[in-house]
Design a protein around this ligand. Structure first.
Ligand code: SF4
Length: 139
């Protein structure tokens, strides 16, 4: 762990997102993170089933242990995890926050139109941020 204090002022608006197709169990991101946001964790069979063919081949070679986001709210957007990843498997994404997110959470049943191909990504983003909140999967 380092003591990087170079966080951006808007740092609490970002969270790391791991591309499991690219992650090769290196673990440097976990060690470098100053806020203990990331852990190494074995993929679930559902996550494994969603990998691309290339991702599945990588997993066969490197194992199912992947970087995972444990505590997204602690992320300070320093970018250290991105810099040390040899596979460019991590990026910082803006969190879904604000009145729309609260409204959608309270409404319980909403439809969101996305660009074709982005549905799965949006669904994953929303469910990761809702935590245990019950949501019906369209997939
Ligand atoms: S951006 Fe910085 S604080 Fe956020 S997960 Fe990566 S290393 Fe940790």
């Amino acid at each position: 762990m380092n003591n990087n204090n170079s966080c951006k002022p808007e740092s609490n608006l970002y969270r790391p997102v791991i591309d499991l197709n690219k992650c090769e169990s290196d673990g440097r991101c976990v060690k470098v993170c100053p806020k203990e946001v990331l852990i190494m964790k074995e993929m679930t069979s559902e996550e494994n089933s969603r990998l691309t063919l290339k991702g599945k081949l990588k997993t066969l070679v490197h194992g199912k242990l992947k970087a995972s986001v444990l505590n997204p709210d602690a992320c300070q957007a320093c970018g250290d995890c991105m810099r040390v990843c040899p596979e460019n498997a991590i990026k910082l994404e803006q969190k879904i926050t604000g009145s729309f997110f609260e409204w959608a959470k309270n409404k319980g049943n909403i439809r969101i139109k996305t660009q074709e191909g982005d549905e799965r990504r949006l669904y994953d983003m929303i469910t990761q941020q809702l935590g245990d909140y019950p949501i019906n999967s369209p997939f």
